[in-house]
Design a protein around this ligand. Structure first.
Ligand SMILES: N[C@@H](CCC(=O)N[C@@H](CS)C(=O)NCC(=O)O)C(=O)O
Length: 246
């Protein structure tokens, strides 16, 4: 029987969900024991032209944060225990991870020549050989243009990875000795942080960002804790399965 919620995702071509937003959403669903099916939809982009998107209750909805808000309302799962400072801290962490560090991850895969070579081999391995070069060059150019217009690719490689180091140091300081970002229980903010950190730690093509992440042992331990809590069935960071039943 299919679950009442279908999550549309990029295929797990790095043996895990390569979209931090997609992994965030699935991690949050597992955290809240909500069953779901996954459809890998590389071409079928959702109502916002992005993945992940979901279908449930005869509606199709995009954006991980808005989807989670809708599901929280539907299932009465609001994170009530958090005080206003916790909520503010959580939002700041999510915004930094999703609106800044995320673009450095994209840069590391699609624009940094060191990351692009191994990444393209995995991403385009399923494309027929005779058009593989054409398709991968086209995607490479489009992602380069996106990163230029977003702004991150206007900096030098060293500047970009220094920014990543600053972001990861900030996350490490905020987490400190804590079990989760906002205390003893996992929250939406942890789903967001894990979505990104796991895509550095468990992506087999990562090099420079991984070296930087390893300078923060508490973030590594935290990622491993999140993985064993919510993704003990995963070969890497999670998201290669098409069904979750709590
Ligand atoms: N704010 C959105 C961001 C989603 C997003 O940027 N997804 C990327 C994949 S990681 C995407 O679909 N990119 C394709 C594109 O921009 O054309 C969310 O939280 O879901």
């Amino acid at each position: 029987m299919s679950a009442p919620l279908t999550v549309h995702q990029f295929p797990a071509f790095i043996n895990m969900q390569p979209s931090p937003f997609g992994l965030k959403l699935e991690t949050w669903l597992r955290m809240n024991k909500l069953p779901y099916d996954v459809e890998f939809s590389p071409m079928k982009m959702g109502p916002k032209g992005k993945v992940p998107f979901v279908s449930f209750d005869n509606q199709v909805m995009g954006d991980s944060e808005l989807i989670i808000e809708a599901l929280q309302a539907k299932h009465g799962l609001k994170e009530e225990g958090l005080n206003p400072e916790d909520k503010a801290k959580g939002l700041l962490v999510r915004r930094m991870v999703e609106e800044h560090l995320y673009f450095i991850l994209v840069y590391s895969r699609w624009a940094d020549p060191v990351g692009w070579e191994p990444f393209k081999k995995l991403v385009f391995s399923g494309v027929p050989f005779f058009i593989r070069g054409f398709i991968s060059n086209k995607a490479h150019k489009a992602m380069g243009a996106l990163l230029k217009s977003q702004g991150i690719a206007r900096h030098t490689r060293d500047e970009i990875y220094q920014m990543a180091e600053d972001d990861l140091n900030t996350l490490s300081t905020i987490l400190g000795e804590g079990t989760y970002f906002l205390g003893d229980s996992p929250t939406l903010t942890d789903a967001s942080a894990y979505g990104l950190l796991a895509n550095i730690l468990y992506d087999p093509t990562q090099t420079r960002l991984l070296e930087i992440l390893k300078k923060s042992p508490n973030l590594i331990q935290y990622s491993e804790r999140m993985k064993s809590g919510f993704w003990s069935d995963a070969s890497r960071g999670g998201g290669e399965k098409t069904k979750f039943t709590p």
